[in-house]
Design a protein around this ligand. Structure first.
Ligand code: ATP
Length: 893
């Protein structure tokens, strides 16, 4: 117990898996937590300070499954092993305790085991730190560093408070490390907690920016980081933080990380977390992968390809050149169909090189990981040969070919020769080295096998001699080899104790040994031991060779993933009829025959109607227009407005990911930020009602969107009283048009808004057509110019199965309301309202109109204001604060 308590005290924030023989046991509170989470029995063992000690245990051989569950529930686990043989401990005295130590801390962000990882998802561990750049509360830069220990990737970047949530959502880490002091700040805490990752507060010292560069250099064994590129202080500090944590959790083992790569965050389309969630890019709102954009377009056949596709989709590019380079690769594989299919077959059979390599380097690898490297390298060669037959490739694929060409093929061959066909998972028991690879090993194995034959012969001899057909020579771990005969028939052996040495009496049998047998046994054992030693030596040598070739293997793995993604996107384009988008720096946004990638597939699967393709054009209508346009879409319920809005956003995301898009043609002027406000969900946990969430998201859009942004707004204002909602929607459109000037799609049931098109030159009305037939509606899902005159809400309600009496009553109420509306139509609003006042007089407006809505002059900063701005309460002692207060009071005019 003393040993347990000592180790537990050193690892207070982890559940302690305490090795006892064939079990990991948990005690005290750990046992209670684990038994609840894992659904295993809670028992007790011994007493501590007079109280029972709660205990539960998991068998070592099944520990991975339990670990996985605990990690999934956000726990961290410290694995404590026996560091010596119990026999060793006994030598120190009968009461001495086996030495134990924590050999590893398992946290969500530091997993490497195949069974604990999702094949097609990255497992990022991210460190976040803030550095002050001035005295104001917003003068700060955030350093981010994220690694995937299972593949070795290591990236760093910078962010600022407004972008932070979007950047974190894009990276989507499993675990976030934050200096504990930062977590005290409510704003930051909310952003970080909102990511749904495990949160690990760590000491400030991990991030010390003064020693960060040295820590990095030390990790990579280089004198200076210059060879890796230049990094900002914030990036270095975050990188140091992540490495400090890795060293802490891996207890000195250093996973083979790539040198850090600086991610050009500015080169990515910014998608804030709400938009990302609403558009269901990586997961549905329900948290499932199935039904997301990613799952609809993913045709990759390898885990690494799946991971690359996910990370590309999470951060679409903004540089048309880089986007086109990716599109060229897809185009190539679209053209080269036979090559592509051959390649995909090879890839599908190739193992996950990067993850196997990582496990080997962390000393967690087994024979199967070596075999994976061998097979992976074999596939590399086959794929290279395929590509060589295909002729000239675009730049990205040419680079991939280069990496495949310099992969360590000779090492692969050596591994193939060395390993048996189906090697065991663990190296512990040997049996993984192929015969014919090592002469000494072969000889020892022959000896062992020959001895086994001798034993079989011996059994026959004894049986003959003693006339005992049931006599057997058997083996177990306690006795080793022994002769066994049924109790009633072993007299002849008991009668000759000099020859047949008695070992054990069982219920129905007796066991003996002979000098002959003991002799044979020791020969077998020593041959076995020597053979195992040779096998382990071979393993270590091969593992070291693999680690030494790590860089080249990783580069080959990356090349395979690029090939997989490009071929997969080509396959998708071919099967689903996608086209190559034209992406440039214009403000165009013109899509012909666009479809929703997910809804289209769902309709196809259900065998119902096929998806109706629709056009959109948000680019400037002609040369005279400097900005893109807004489409205001009205139309009945269920007509397809939301689908249309989302499909345009998804097409932009796909295009800038470097994928083909579900359309006949698409021309997209690069979108730098994507905003959406669609579908409302309560965020009661954060104390926000549905309407509040809607308004917070709308506020973010109106405050941040610029003329390169794409904005999708669905039914703004529907969560409140009609007039409030209408007014908010009205003002929001005006703001979008006059201030943000973004390309935008705006769907609404407030038909009154269509009148705005008369006044806002870049606003276009569109509607979804329906047919009415015998009082029912038929949805045509076609977007056409114009405005809808009604919503057909009652017809849709009827389709949904509202009781007929309610439907009839609703019709009556509606006709009354419509009658009233006809007498005082809201459309007159447009003539009565003054112009939107949030802007400087627009050049094309008549002067008189602009004069009606003067722009409020910005207040002239006064001394009081300046003095206030100069104060930073966080940095003041109470005394300084009081003095400042006096000074302010004295300044009062
Ligand atoms: N272009 C299309 N082709 C075929 N079916 C479509 C199309 N667009 C939408 N649909 C079908 O219509 C259903 C309703 O679409 P959607 O949710 O976009 O309607 P909506 O106009 O936004 O409705 P509401 O105003 O009630 O929110 C979709 O689930 C889909 O099955």
């Amino acid at each position: 117990m003393a040993q347990y308590i000592e180790i537990k005290t050193a690892n207070p924030d982890s559940l302690l898996f305490y090795r006892m023989g064939d079990f990991y046991e948990l005690f005290f509170e750990d046992a209670e937590v684990a038994s609840r989470t894992l659904g295993i029995t809670l028992t007790k063992r011994g007493k501590h300070l007079g109280e029972d000690i709660p205990m539960c245990g998991v068998p070592v051989h099944a520990a991975d499954d339990y670990l996985q569950k605990l990690i999934a529930y956000g726990h961290r686990v410290a694995v404590c092993e026996q560091m010596e043989d119990p026999a060793e401990a006994k030598k120190r005295g009968s009461k001495s305790v086996v030495r134990r130590d924590v050999i590893r801390l398992v946290t969500p962000g530091t997993l490497t085991e195949e069974r604990l990882l999702e094949a097609a998802a990255n497992n990022f561990l991210l460190a976040l730190n803030r550095l002050r750049t001035g005295s104001g509360p917003d003068d700060a830069v955030y350093g981010l560093a994220w690694i995937d220990m299972s593949t070795g990737s290591f990236q760093v970047g910078e962010s600022d408070l407004p972008r932070l949530a979007a950047d974190l959502a894009r990276i989507d880490p499993r675990e976030i490390l934050v200096p504990d002091a930062l977590l005290q700040e409510a704003d930051l805490r909310q952003i970080v907690e909102g990511q749904g990752a495990a949160l690990s507060p760590v000491p400030r010292a991990f991030f010390d920016s003064a020693t960060a560069a040295d820590r990095l250099a030390g990790y990579f064994g280089v004198r200076t980081l210059d060879g890796f590129g230049t990094f900002s202080r914030a990036e270095l500090s975050a990188a140091a933080g992540v490495l400090a944590y890795v060293e802490k959790t891996q207890l000195g083992e250093r996973p083979p990380l790539d040198p850090p790569v600086r991610e050009a965050a500015r080169g990515r389309m910014l998608i804030d977390p709400a938009t990302r969630a609403n558009l269901e890019l990586m997961r549905t709102l329900g948290g499932e992968r199935q039904g997301s954009l990613l799952s609809a377009i993913d045709r990759t056949v390898t885990g690494a390809g799946g991971r690359l596709l996910a990370s590309r989709l999470a951060g679409p590019l903004t540089d048309p050149e880089a986007i086109n380079a990716r599109l060229d690769s897809v185009a190539y594989f679209l053209e080269e169909e036979i090559l592509r299919e051959g390649l995909r077959r090879e890839l599908a059979a190739a193992p996950d090189l990067a993850r196997a390599l990582s496990r080997i380097a962390l000393q967690r690898g087994g024979p199967r990981d070596l075999a994976s490297i061998a097979q992976g390298l074999e596939a590399t060669r086959a794929i290279l040969a395929l590509l060589d037959r295909g002729g000239e490739t675009p730049a990205e694929l040419t680079a991939a070919r280069r990496d495949l060409a310099v992969a360590p093929h000779a090492l692969g061959d050596e591994l193939t020769r060395a390993l048996s066909d189906e090697p065991p998972l663990l190296k512990r028991d040997g049996g993984f080295v192929a015969s014919g690879y090592n002469a000494d090993l072969d000889e020892l194995r022959d000896l062992r096998d020959a001895s086994r034959k001798v034993i079989a012969r011996l059994q026959a001899e004894y049986a003959d001699e003693l006339g005992l057909r049931s006599l057997k020579i058997k083996h177990n771990n306690v006795l080793g080899w022994f002769i066994e005969a049924p109790s009633g028939q072993s007299e002849r052996m008991t009668a000759d104790p000099a020859r047949f040495i008695h070992r054990q009496t069982m219920a129905g049998a007796m066991r003996f040994t002979t000098t002959e047998l003991a002799d044979l046994e020791s020969r077998i054992a020593s041959a076995g031991e020597r053979a195992l030693a040779i096998e382990l030596e071979i393993f270590d040598r091969l593992a070291a060779a693999v680690v030494a070739a790590g860089e080249a293997i990783k580069a080959a793995a990356r090349a395979l993933s690029v090939l997989d993604v490009s071929a997969a996107l080509a396959k998708l384009a071919q099967e689903d009829g996608y086209c190559r988008p034209q992406v440039d720096t214009s403000l165009a946004f013109s899509i012909e025959g666009g479809r929703h990638p997910v809804v289209e597939q769902a309709l196809r699967r259900s065998g119902g109607d096929s998806f109706v393709a629709n056009d959109s054009n948000l680019g400037p209508a002609d040369e005279s227009m400097a900005h893109g346009r807004i489409w205001l879409i009205t139309g009945p319920n269920m007509a397809g407005k939301s689908t249309f809005l989302r499909q345009n956003a998804l097409i932009a995301v796909l295009a800038q990911t470097g994928a083909y898009v579900p359309a006949r043609s698409a021309h997209i002027g690069m979108v730098d930020r994507l905003f959406s406000r669609v579908g409302a969900a309560d965020d009661l946990a954060r104390g926000r009602s549905t309407f509040m969430v809607e308004m917070v998201e709308t506020a973010a859009i109106l405050n941040q969107a610029g003329d390169r942004s794409l904005v999708i707004l669905d039914e703004i204002g529907r969560g409140t009283a009609t007039f409030d909602g209408l007014s908010i929607a009205w003002a929001a459109i005006e703001h979008l048009h006059e201030v943000n000037r973004a390309r935008a799609l705006f769907a609404t049931h407030y038909h009154e808004l269509t009148a705005l098109a008369q006044r806002l030159p870049r606003l276009t009305n569109a509607t979804v057509s329906v047919k009415e037939w015998n009082g029912d509606v038929i949805f045509l899902h076609e977007i056409v110019p114009g405005a809808a005159d009604r919503s057909y809400g009652i017809q849709v309600a009827k389709l949904a199965g509202l009781p007929p009496s309610v439907v009839e009553r609703a019709k009556a109420v509606l006709s009354q309301l419509e009658e009233k509306d006809r007498r005082a139509p809201a459309e007159t609003l447009i003539d009565d309202l003054p112009l939107f006042a949030a802007l400087a007089p627009a050049p094309r407006r008549p002067a008189s109109r602009a004069a009606q809505s003067p722009v409020p002059a910005a207040p002239v900063p006064d001394v009081l204001q300046e003095a206030l701005d100069g104060l930073n309460p966080d940095d003041m002692s109470p005394r300084e604060a009081l003095e400042a207060l006096y000074r302010l009071k004295a300044l009062k005019p």
